[in-house]
Every structure is written in structure tokens, then in C-alpha cells.
Design a binder for this molecule. Sequence first.
Ligand code: NAD
Length: 235
Amino acid sequence: MGDMSQIRNIVILTGAGISAESGIETFRSAGGLWENHRVEDVATPEAFARDPNLVLRFYDMRREAIQDKQPNPAHFALAKLEERWPGKLLLVTQNVDDLHERSGSRRVLHMHGEHLNAWCTSCDVRSRWTGPLFDRPPCSVCSARSLRPDVVWFGEMPYRMGEIYAALREADLFVSIGTSGAVYPAAGFVQNAVELGAQTLELNLERSQGSHMFHESRLGPASQVVPHWVGEMLR
Ligand code: NAD
């Protein structure tokens, strides 16, 4: 890595790996399978059209499961960095859990949506939702029974890409944490950052598909490598 004293603006991308030690399975550790369905087959608009009960049940279980999980030291370290960092810091997450918020991070951009939101496809309003959707509850705004998980499925456009690319253009450092680098467009952020002249750092359990694109990769569990890196940044 280059001269760290020149770093002002930071963009951090997190993936399922940062929540793994909180007991939320990553894609890979789940074997990409759920009750004999490939995850891709329950996480597409086509799957929802074909078998809405299956998809709603899948997300109801995951929505319920995240609510008794707790943030781990990696989430807390990023919240501390945000609080103390003198420059700009944007936390972009592919995760749909709320562990960043629960550890105290304030500026979190959920590019793939949130488990604890429902999206009404009738009135287009998104609202906080902690219970099941399987029984087709009415939207609290328009009463239509048209709620779906507010999660970006394969083939759908991730949220707030304009804001993310704007932050990348200003970034002096791009850090990717616990993501396999397999899901685009997030997997392409490192290349954007490099082309724009930023330093790039990967923190991951093991080398990922995109590891070779980073100036530096540090391997290890997020609960250890993330607090260590944050300690260096705040030294
Ligand atoms: P992924 O499952 O494809 O990859 C997980 C990555 O985390 C791997 O590179 C793995 O090496 C790493 N990892 C595993 N344990 C780790 C640990 N203890 N410390 C550090 N790294 C660890 O996940 P992805 O790249 O985020 O992409 C999959 C998609 O699935 C995303 O779009 C995401 O929205 C979704 N997803 C979200 C959650 C969640 O919200 N917690 C969980 C599973 C999947």
C-alpha cells in the first residue's frame, strides 16, 4: 500500500463474510442451497412469480433468523472508525441484515436492500417490517396485499448506484471486507477505485476471485483483521 497519511476519503464495501461470525450464514457456507433449491432460484423475480409462497417463506425465515443475532467486533470496529475518522467515510453493504446499524454505524448504504423492510409493489412505499409476509398482510399505507421483501434479487438493479460511484470518485482508499467478489456490480468497485487512483485493500477469510486486483489483501476472520486495521487507521 502507498502512503496512508494521504488518505482522507474512504469507501468500505462489506459482504456476507463480516456477519459470518455473528451466526448468519454466507452464501458459500450455506452451500448455495436452501431446502434443495439453489439460492439463485429463490432470489429472482421469476422465482417469485412462479412460486411466491416458497419465496416468501424463505425470506420470512431469514428475516426472523437475523433478529436474534448480534453484531461482532468487526461491525463495532467500523462504527468506531466512522465516529472518529476526520475525512469522509461511506459504508456500502451488500448485506441485508441490520448488524451495521445495530453496532452504531450511521452512514450505511444497503445496495441490496434490507431484510427488515417490506416493499409495496402497489404504492411503491418501503416500510420497516419485522414479521412474516407469507400470510399476505396489508400494506400500512395503501392496504393492498402487495408486499414483497425489499431485497434486490438476481437480475434486479442494486440501489443507490449513483451515490456509490460518486463516493468512489472521491475515495482515496477503497476497502472490501468479507465478500467473494462474485456478485456484480459490487465486484467491479475495486477496478473502478484502482482506475480512479485510490489505494485498495481487501480483508477476507481467504483469497477471493478478485484478490489480485487489490494493492493489498489481508487474510483472516473479520472479527480479528477488521479491528486490527481500524486500530492502524486511528493510530
Ligand atoms: P458470499 O457468500 O459470496 O461470500 C462470503 C465471503 O466472506 C467469502 O469470500 C468468504 O471467504 C468470506 N468469509 C466467510 N467467513 C468470513 C469471516 N469470518 N471473516 C471474513 N470473511 C469471511 O457473500 P457476498 O460476497 O456478500 O455475496 C453474496 C450475496 O448474498 C450478497 O449479495 C448478499 O446480499 C447476500 N447475502 C447476505 C447475507 C447477509 O445479509 N448477512 C448473508 C448471505 C448472503
